[in-house]
Design a protein around this ligand. Structure first.
Ligand SMILES: [Zn+2]
Ligand SMILES: [Zn+2]
Length: 594
């Protein structure tokens, strides 16, 4: 016998988070009701509340269209005025099996439920198998909107049938809903995937595979500028650059512990001639090999080994995204081999100061330092060595305080071999992501038996500092695209200036102007298409080129160009020498704006 469960919730008394969760989950019921009306054959999956809204998964006889979404939404809005109560009831397994016999996914869910805890919920004529968490009636749903359709596997596994997922957003008031949509629109405008496509910076291809980024010439130019810059900054700070292989024998990663702790994130093993090879997921073991090529004296430490090294991580295909989540990446990596903790402290300090300089130059502001700690309870995830963890964590805390940086601490966020400082960034979509890390590592030196000869003539263990600064070039460029909305400062802009001849007869002079600027290694194009001048100027603006140089009879005669800055400012005619000097200075100082 079905037993009704009486429940009245005073929504106003609930914490906002729970109130919203109830509204969002209830809206998912109303969505399912509308769907069953649209397609009676619909098979129901689950309909949970999520951040900012809700979704419901369905198996349907045909793909959903935008028209369907509109219809569903209209149908859902109607329920609002009808104020239909949500009525929960407890049922027996037999009742449930009979009631849900035509709904295979509900039957599957039923197998997870314990006897005595099987409940369903009815509003109007619609019933759903559900464990509860609703508002009192459909009049309390708030302001919502159906936003998109996506594919999703039942229970998130590729082995199961694929369903269609309908997403909605829901807030308490119409104003909050509109505010959220405005923020979403802003994020869309800044989305690196869209801008990357518009500006032809990079592309992704089915044949190449998800997460395998192809850098197009414009994007590769930005990448190269960043690489040269960071390598120069490292040279100034005594780093030595190396180049090590992307493929190593599996045994190297068994020894490092990556195989035990990191295997799921690695590409599968390659076998040839009885040997097993893997694509490297991290550069650390390669740089440890560099260290081991020689017996080092304390006089050589700290030894700073750096490489723009490729790494390969098997991110699930549902998780790769544009350039911010990829499978093959190039990391601005370094491993600093230190004699003792005093050296570690001063090296970590040096890295933090380098980071501040780099992010300052790039004009980045929305980031925070996070001290990421291990979890002594979790012996599976982390190397079991409590004194090592305590010493490492205290040291990083000390340095952060000394450099005077704001930071917060987070448990259970460390690397498997030691604590770290993470630099956390906000993406345009508002997601918190780790850009780079600094890690103190007592573990690998032990694991690989690393040594140096001390002042006393005896052998000692070095300590390794792992660090990035630029992060992976993929993630950094994604971040910069969103930060600048594609308006790169001159030094990074793929095309720095474009010459626009007013008529065909001005093309030769235009070529002269370009050649002159190229003597300073400025990246200049001549737009020699036969379009009208205004169309060419518009095109240059769309491509976000920092300088547009218009040349006609007057300019050719005077040895000048009429200069327009990106964003519209008109600087009027300038002598070529002055122009060259202006652009050179702006580039060399890495100015963020003209
Ligand atoms: Zn429910
Ligand atoms: Zn490392």
């Amino acid at each position: 016998m079905a037993v009704p469960i009486e429940e009245h919730v005073d929504l106003k008394q609930l914490p906002q988070e729970e109130r919203l969760a109830r509204m969002r989950h209830s809206a998912a019921h109303v969505l399912a009701e509308a769907m069953v009306e649209l397609m009676p054959e619909a098979e129901l999956g689950i309909g949970p509340p999520i951040e900012n809204g809700f979704y419901y998964d369905f198996r349907l006889p045909r793909p959903l269209t935008e028209e369907d979404l509109k219809w569903l939404q209209k149908r859902m809005r109607k329920s609002l005025g009808r104020r239909l109560p949500f009525q929960m009831e407890q049922i027996t397994r037999e009742e449930a099996q009979e009631r849900w016999k035509d709904q295979p996914f509900k039957l599957d869910l039923l197998s997870d439920l314990e006897d005595g805890s099987i409940t369903q919920c009815t509003h109007g004529k619609f019933t759903d198998l559900c464990r509860g968490g609703h508002v009192n009636h459909t009049g309390e749903l708030g302001a919502f909107k159906l936003t998109s359709i996506a594919g999703a596997y039942w229970r998130g596994s590729e082995k199961n049938p694929q369903l269609q997922r309908v997403y909605g957003i829901l807030f308490e008031t119409e104003e909050e809903l509109q505010d959220y949509e405005r923020r979403l629109e802003e994020a869309r405008r800044r989305d690196h995937r869209r801008i990357g496509r518009d500006l032809k910076l990079f592309d992704l291809y089915d044949e190449v595979g998800p997460g395998h980024v192809v850098w197009l010439p414009a994007g590769a130019t930005i990448r190269r500028e960043l690489m040269r810059w960071i390598e120069d900054l490292e040279l100034e700070r005594g780093y030595l650059h190396v180049s090590t292989p992307n493929v190593s024998k599996r045994e190297l990663y068994v020894k490092s512990g990556h195989w035990d702790h990191f295997r799921d994130a690695m590409y599968p093993v390659m076998e040839r001639e009885g040997e097993e090879y893997v694509l490297r997921p991290m550069n650390c073991p390669s740089h440890i090999m560099v260290y081991m090529s020689d017996l080092h004296s304390y006089r050589e430490l700290p030894l700073r080994i750096a490489e723009l090294g490729n790494m390969h991580r098997w991110e699930k295909s549902g998780q790769v995204s544009g350039m911010s989540r990829v499978r093959i990446m190039t990391l601005n990596d370094a491993h600093i081999f230190c004699a003792d903790t005093a050296q570690v402290e001063s090296e970590v300090e040096g890295v933090l100061r380098l980071m501040e300089e780099v992010y300052g130059t790039l004009g980045l502001k929305d980031y925070a330092y996070r001290l990421s700690l291990g979890d002594p309870e979790n012996k599976e995830k982390y190397v079991d060595n409590p004194p090592m963890w305590e010493a490492g964590e205290a040291l990083l805390r000390r340095v952060l305080q000394k450099v005077g940086l704001d930071f917060y601490e987070a448990k259970d966020e460390a690397a498997f071999y030691g604590p770290k400082i993470d630099v956390q960034f906000q993406t345009a979509a508002g997601k918190d992501e780790t850009l780079v890390t600094i890690q103190v590592d007592f573990h690998f030196p032990e694991q690989f038996g690393l040594e140096y000869v001390g002042e006393d003539g005896a052998r000692h263990r070095p300590i390794i500092v792992h660090r990035g600064v630029i992060s992976t070039l993929e993630r950094m460029v994604a971040l910069l695209i969103e930060e600048y909305e594609g308006n790169f400062p001159l030094w990074l802009a793929p095309t720095q200036a474009i010459v626009i001849p007013i008529a065909d007869r001005h093309i030769p002079y235009g070529e002269e102007v370009a050649a002159k600027l190229r003597t300073a290694r400025l990246r200049v194009e001549v737009d020699n298409r036969s379009d009208r001048m205004n169309a060419k100027i518009r095109d240059a603006q769309m491509r976000k080129i920092p300088y547009v140089l218009v040349v006609g009879d007057r300019e050719a005669e005077a040895g000048q160009a009429a200069v327009r800055v990106r964003g519209g400012e008109d600087l009027g005619p300038m002598a070529l020498d002055d122009l060259l000097e202006k652009l050179r200075t702006e580039r060399d100082t890495k100015a963020l704006s003209p």
